[in-house]
Design a protein around this ligand. Structure first.
Ligand SMILES: [Zn+2]
Length: 206
């Protein structure tokens, strides 16, 4: 063993004010925060939320994202219909932005979360550094998750302006927003320290 972790030392660190406490303490006596050595039930929480996000991404991609009511009738389009529409109508950059924000990024985040859980579950200590880098990426782009919703708003604006049509968001929008929220909570529930714990003695694992 090259270094001692909090688990080896049998102590827990308050993540809010950095005071060290013995394991049996429930609350920090300096700042009053709840104490835990690792985020409680991190694995099962991250797994169930990531799975929910993955299942929600199916209707988000297969159901209509927007429904267009115009003089020539009603038309419903999925995310990919929107992407193809812009690619075919000479506004490829909008199509690419929609594809990255609404298809690539959500699936990338969920896949990454499953990979991180895989590292923890199978104790792949040599993959922990790469896993941490991926976690930082999805944590960073998590802040931009609502970009997708702005993209839908932009799409609605562009189509509305061009076609004089009435556009409402379809059921996919609800599924999409729920998937975004589930992914954000899944990312927060994960504890990156679990990936590095395997070479030390474990006292908690959740
Ligand atoms: Zn504290």
């Amino acid at each position: 063993m090259r270094w001692r972790s909090d688990i080896d030392a049998g102590v827990q660190l308050c993540l809010h004010c950095r005071k060290l406490h013995p394991l049996e303490r429930q609350r920090c006596d300096r700042c009053g925060s709840h104490l835990f050595q690792r985020k409680p039930h991190a694995v099962i929480k991250t797994f169930s939320l990531a799975l929910s996000a993955l299942l929600l991404l199916i209707p988000a991609n297969l159901l209509p994202m927007m429904v267009v009511h115009s003089l020539v009738g009603n038309d419903a389009g999925t995310i990919m219909d929107g992407v193809i529409y812009f690619l075919e109508h000479g506004e490829a950059w909008i199509g690419i932005v929609i594809f990255i924000a609404s298809v690539f990024v959500p699936f990338f985040k969920v896949t990454t979360l499953f990979y991180l859980l895989f590292i923890v579950y199978f104790r792949l200590r040599d993959k922990a550094h790469g896993g941490l880098r991926l976690y930082r990426i999805i944590h960073f782009i998590g802040k931009w998750s609502m970009l997708d919703i702005f993209v839908v708003a932009l799409m609605v604006g562009v189509v509305q302006f061009k076609n004089l049509a009435t556009i409402v968001t379809g059921p996919a929008a609800v599924a999409f927003m729920l998937a975004v929220v589930a992914t954000m909570f899944a990312t927060e529930a994960f504890d990156t320290r679990l990936m590095f714990d395997h070479e030390t003695q474990r006292s908690t694992h959740g």
